[in-house]
Write a protein of this length. Sequence first.
Length: 221
Amino acid sequence: MPIVNVYIVRHGETVENAKGIIQGQLDTQLNELGRTQAERLAEVLSGTAQAIVDKQPGGSLELVPDSGLRERYLGDMQGKHGSSMRGAGVPANAESGAALVARCLAWWDSTIVPLTRSKDISSPVNVLAVSHGAWIGTMVRSGLASRNYRGRDKFGMPLFNCSVTIVRVDEGGKSGEVVKYGDISHLLLAKKDGKWEKPNANNADVLSNEDDEERRVVTGD
């Protein structure tokens, strides 16, 4: 049975990210900086979403959309400026924190865990998933933490646009380790080359913690 390395990427910066608009599940587009970030990440990984696929020679990657990776639905907050929503509380028609955790783990159990139990795949298996700030933070900090994955000491970094979180899943899928969380070394290297500005963490969505004790934190969508 193979070991699986999961590379979870937060998408590149969108127009709404830069304006501080809460996106949730709104259909938004990368801005120029976001496209450049994704192209830079594609070069570093050698293999967000379509930009990375397009960089691969000979069609070596296939883009597979998966609704399980969608951002948290934020109801009436979506489309509003983040600064106007601070202290407002998560609306009743938003996806609850508990529901988001359950959705994250359902994706993990249906997509990642079966790979670790396959007898027909050589080890290691590398999986690239592109998602959103609240989804990634919830998946790792709440979902995998509840399963006692190692590496929780790495959770201090914010999830910048085009950051990379790496999770190594042990054989059988019952344990693993968060190897990196919110890594942006590829973007900082680009900054040293003078190609773009330092990533901005305060540019997107409102993320609450799970259940009813909700605190508002400006993070990413």
